[in-house]
Design a protein around this ligand. Structure first.
Ligand code: HEM
Length: 268
């Protein structure tokens, strides 16, 4: 694979040290003091970790001409994921899946008694649909702009896994309130999976944690929903973003190079 030649990221303006203008008094404004202390804090960490270069490499990049609003869909999906993480942490502080009745009762308690509980639960519930819609729109953008082609195939494959895991989050989360709707919807969902060839029945048993829907099914769905899949999602999103930073984003398909090498559809 030919080595990608990436231009060095520029140092952001705020971090360029400025010489004092001749004749200026020694007076410093509170804003300058705040700015200076921010910079020295960053310098302190950088001196001990040398992370500033990596952070600049990740965040300050040149983007191709023609970049438009459709390119924000990936970041919007990331924002939805982070919002789900934060609201999920607060829900987990009150959710008690000790028994089916306990789970139902704790969700009722969150909705009716906890301060802002209904709001946080609503954000988490609607946020899950928002994330699914955004991830599908983002996938459509990368597909129609041809961003799945060489050398970004691996990022597409990681994306497919991210898509499946996002669905798994939606599916496992739906059971957790343990009301009539979530129970029966999950029974239907698990049975559909069971009709799959060869692995279907095994997948069925795995999801139910046995031949029947029991207490263990709820515990299994909860641990998959709040530990296993979020962990894998976070790691894969990290890898996904690393590859985006490494290769840059693809120029829109209608952009033509002004001179050779100007708009490189094969990378940055
Ligand atoms: C949790 C889900 C996901 C997150 C947080 C995420 C995040 C991002 C971000 C922030 C970018 C850079 C900006 C942009 O192009 O929008 C990006 C690029 C990309 N994503 Fe995703 N993504 C996710 C899922 C997916 C899926 C499902 C696919 C496809 C199956 C995919 C394929 C790609 C590709 C190919 C690029 C490179 C785009 C280019 O070179 O122009 N991603 N992603």
């Amino acid at each position: 694979m030919p080595k990608l030649k990436l231009p060095k990221p520029p140092v952001p303006d705020a971090l360029v040290p400025r010489a004092k203008r001749p004749g200026t008094t020694g007076k410093t404004r509170p804003l300058d003091v705040a700015k200076e202390s921010g910079i020295s804090a960053i310098d302190w960490v950088d001196e001990r970790t040398s992370l500033a270069g990596a952070a600049r490499w990740m965040m300050f990049r040149k983007i191709p001409k023609g970049t438009n609003w459709f390119y924000t869909l990936g970041s919007a999906t990331l924002f939805a994921f982070l919002s789900q993480t934060v609201t999920g942490v607060f829900l987990a502080m009150y959710y008690i899946p000790d028994t089916a009745g306990g789970a139902y009762e704790s969700v009722r308690y969150i909705t009716n008694e906890v301060f802002l509980g209904e709001f946080v639960r609503g954000m988490h519930k609607w946020g899950s649909s928002v994330m699914i819609i955004l991830v599908m729109l983002h996938m459509a953008r990368t597909f129609f702009f041809g961003a799945y082609k060489y050398p970004r195939e691996l990022n597409w494959v990681i994306g497919v896994v991210l898509l499946i895991l996002t669905y798994v989050m939606g599916f496992t989360g739906y059971l957790l309130p343990f009301d009539q709707r979530s129970y029966w919807a999950t029974v239907v969902g698990v049975n559909i999976n069971g009709t799959g060839p060869l692995v279907g029945p095994y997948l069925n048993d795995f999801m139910r944690a046995g031949p029947d829907f029991t207490q263990s099914t709820l515990a299994r769905f909860y641990s998959i929903h709040m530990m296993l899949v979020p962990g894998i999602l976070a790691a894969l999103i990290g890898a996904h973003l690393y590859l985006v930073a490494k290769m840059g984003t693809t120029a829109p398909p209608w952009m033509k190079p002004e001179k050779k090498g100007d708009v490189d559809r094969e990378g940055a």
